[in-house]
Design a protein around this ligand. Structure first.
Ligand code: NAD
Length: 294
């Protein structure tokens, strides 16, 4: 069993840390928010307000924070106090460039590092069924896999430094684009007099089939668990989708990739968020498109 320092005990980090405790690891946690600390303490995490306090002597240090700037800040403070050879894992969704800088900083300090963003949302974090997309050296991956297995259902080694973040933003760009496509089709079907169920029955088993239809259908009825049946409560909030689409656009621009549909999806979600829907589920974009406000 390992001693794990877990920094960022929010919606995702809290339940991830709780699963590490359940698996028998010694888990120390840090978060700026008292409410997050209290919730984690109730799950058996020993908590502190200061990230640096919990790092010394830990075998594995995990960060689960809102953005790349915060991750680099925390790693910069934590690396000098960590024990030599400790494994640093960042599971936040951040830009590929910052992920590569974090790997470089860790290497210079004599530590192993992985970027290991996740998919599966708060439900997957609680159930321990997240998908981890991992970037970093094979030895670091092998060293971290047992800990990631506790929190995840599928762990994919995507390549070297930054490859996990690259996979994450490519996947979420597909999701942002496909959800808008599915919403346009359902809204047009309504105008053509087609029932939601008929379009679902056809498209979920035909060439238009995708996750945005089969698991997350944006109209009430066909998929009872989708947020459309629950007033578009997230689920996966528009602000988080917009964050990921902006990261994909940053990556497109620095890598020289052409992503015209990714750019269009980012612009549409930006207008939806600006209209006051940043906190609703991203599949609610169907109401925006249906009203012709895009
Ligand atoms: P969150 O805002 O609920 O949690 C982030 C936590 O970090 C907060 O509790 C905050 O107080 C804490 N924090 C910020 N700065 C800190 C610091 N310097 N030291 C210690 N704690 C600090 O966010 P979340 O939903 O848990 O998401 C975390 C990351 O996971 C993000 O990068 C997000 O994009 C990604 N993600 C989220 C989801 C989701 O469905 N929520 C899904 C996949 C990936």
């Amino acid at each position: 069993m390992s001693t794990i320092a877990f920094i960022g005990l929010g919606n995702m980090g809290g339940p991830m840390a709780a699963n590490l405790v359940k698996a028998g690891h010694v888990v120390r946690g840090a978060d700026l928010s008292e409410a997050s600390r209290d919730a984690a303490a109730a799950q058996g995490v020993s908590v502190s307000a200061n990230a640096v306090d919990i790092v010394a002597g830990a075998d594995v240090i995990i960060t689960m924070l809102p953005n790349g700037k915060l991750v680099l800040n925390v790693w910069e403070q934590a690396l000098p106090v960590a024990k030599k050879g400790a494994l640093f894992i960042d599971s936040s969704t951040i830009d590929v460039d910052s992920a590569r800088v974090a790997h470089r900083m860790a290497g210079e300090a004599g530590m192993a590092a992985l970027d290991a963003p996740v998919s599966g949302g708060v439900g997957g974090a609680a159930a321990g069924t997240l998908t981890f997309m991992v970037g970093g050296a094979k030895e670091a991956f092998d060293a971290g896999k047992a800990v990631l297995d506790v929190m995840g259902g599928k762990i994919v080694h995507c390549g070297d430094a930054g490859a996990g973040q690259a996979a994450k933003i490519c996947n979420n760009m597909i999701l942002g684009i496909s959800m808008i496509g599915v919403c346009e089709a359902f809204a047009m079907g309504e105008k053509l007099g087609l029932s939601h169920q008929a379009l679902f029955d056809v498209a979920s088993t035909s060439s238009g089939q995708c996750w945005s239809i089969t698991s997350y259908c944006p109209v009430p009825g066909p998929v009872p668990t989708s947020p459309a049946n629950n007033g578009y409560k997230p689920g996966f909030a528009v602000d988080l989708m917009l964050k990921d689409l902006k990261l994909s656009q940053d990556a497109a621009s620095t890598s020289g990739a052409a992503t015209p549909l990714g750019a269009a999806a980012a612009a549409i979600y930006e207008r939806f968020a600006a209209a006051g829907f940043g906190g609703s589920d991203f599949s609610g974009i169907i109401n925006f498109l249906r009203d012709g406000k895009h």
